[in-house]
Design a protein around this ligand. Structure first.
Ligand code: TTP
Ligand code: CA
Length: 370
């Protein structure tokens, strides 16, 4: 079922600790050591609204994100606590500087929220988890020195596991999950540690007598699909095994990829067109493979001597990055084109691969559960 962790892959997930509250502590160091609660005031009454986040001193009293401010005040009534209004533009400016500082540490960088990001280290350190751990320490030090912000880092063979790792030991933590430790590490966790598994999914799993991830890994895929539907079922099945092929998306993923070139001379002969077309297919397919993507549709483009542009497309039976299949489809299409457009003298020829998706076919489904 799709790709798992590619061998040698190492991903870092950086999560800034109690982010908004830590920003407030830095803006007013007198707050340090006290419970600090950042609030979203609704404006209805003086105290109505909810807690956005709070520092770890406040968490000791049971305060957490999402609870009413009134309730947080009750929990903290014996403490010398600070209640501050949220100032999002301030936190965004700090976040933007930190994100810029993080980018050079990886081959690819993906911001996943105001206070979290993924870095792909794979190709620079050749699967060396010791080096990855060292880089994680350097990152923590760099952010601390530059912004006086602590963070927690997870290091693992894929994004899913890196996120689970960074959640494991907060604040100011560093957790490394090596490929050989995945099964043991994951197996002992409660199912709600899987990103996306909230109260509802957890309750449904509990009804199936599943509380820990090792128990989840014993469920048949068919049971998971019946209970949660096929996409969430597939996600849980793979997550229980620590499998995730999602790339760190440096930029927006392309939705199509094309190659086009000019023939040595205008021609109507397929034999004079095919060698160039095959080269273009080969180059496009290589790019697809490098991006760990597949295509669903193959098109050929023909620009004639009169500069008119023509194209023909074929939707494949299943998504692929197999060069042989893509080359065959292109060959069929150009043959069809030459047959239909008699006397067409081709000047430029091209191939376009579209309907691109990542090989796992999974698009961050964890965000949509519960
Ligand atoms: P989180 O990373 O979930 O929380 P955190 O950074 O405050 O704490 P932790 O040390 O556990 O990582 O969220 C990041 C920021 O997003 C957080 O500082 C405030 C904001 N936020 C809300 O406004 N409402 C919410 O319900 C949550 C969970 C977060
Ligand atoms: Ca955080």
């Amino acid at each position: 079922m799709g790709s798992t962790s590619l061998p040698g892959r190492i991903i870092l997930h950086v999560d800034l600790d109690y982010f908004y509250a830590q920003c407030e502590e830095n803006l007013n160091p007198a707050l340090r050591g006290k419970p600090v609660v950042v609030c979203v005031y609704s404006g209805r009454t003086e105290e109505s609204g909810v807690v956005s986040t709070c520092n770890y001193e406040a968490r000791k009293y049971g305060v957490k994100a999402g609870i009413p401010i009134v309730r947080a005040k009750k929990l903290l009534d014996t403490a010398d606590a600070a209640f501050l209004p949220m100032n999002r533009p301030r936190y965004e400016a700090i976040s933007a500087r930190i994100m810029e500082a993080l980018k050079p540490f990886g081959n690819a960088f993906e911001k996943a929220g105001i206070d979290e990001a993924y870095l792909e280290l794979s190709s620079s350190i050749n699967g060396d988890f010791e080096k990855a751990e060292q880089i994680a320490r350097e990152i923590k030090q760099a952010i601390l020195e530059q912004e006086q912000i602590t963070c927690t880092v997870g290091v693992a063979p894929n994004k899913l596991l890196a996120k689970i790792a960074s959640d494991y030991n907060k604040p100011n933590g560093l957790t490394v999950i090596r490929p050989e430790d995945v099964k043991t590490f994951l197996g002992e966790l409660q199912v709600n540690k899987i990103p996306g598994v909230g109260r509802k999914t957890e309750q449904s799993l509990n009804q199936l007598k599943v509380e820990r991830v090792d128990q989840l890994a014993k469920l048949d895929l068919s049971v998971l699909r019946e209970t949660f539907g096929s996409s969430v079922g597939d996600y849980l099945y793979r997550a229980a095994r620590g499998e995730d092929g999602e790339p760190v998306k440096g930029r927006e993923q392309p939705t199509q990829l094309s190659r086009i070139a000019t023939l040595k001379k205008d021609t109507q002969e397929i034999s004079e067109i095919l060698p160039l077309l095959e080269e273009l297919v080969s180059s496009a397919t290589l790019k697809l493979t490098q991006k760990a993507m597949t295509c669903k549709t193959v098109s050929i483009i023909a620009i004639l001597g009169d500069l008119s542009i023509h194209s023909k497309s074929k939707t494949l039976e299943s998504p692929t990055n197999n060069e042989r299949i893509i080359a065959q489809a292109s060959k069929d299409l150009i043959a069809q084109f030459l047959k239909s457009a008699r006397n067409a003298s081709v000047r430029r020829v091209g191939v376009k691969l579209s309907g691109l998706s990542t090989r796992s076919g999974q698009t961050d489904i964890s965000r949509f559960i519960d």
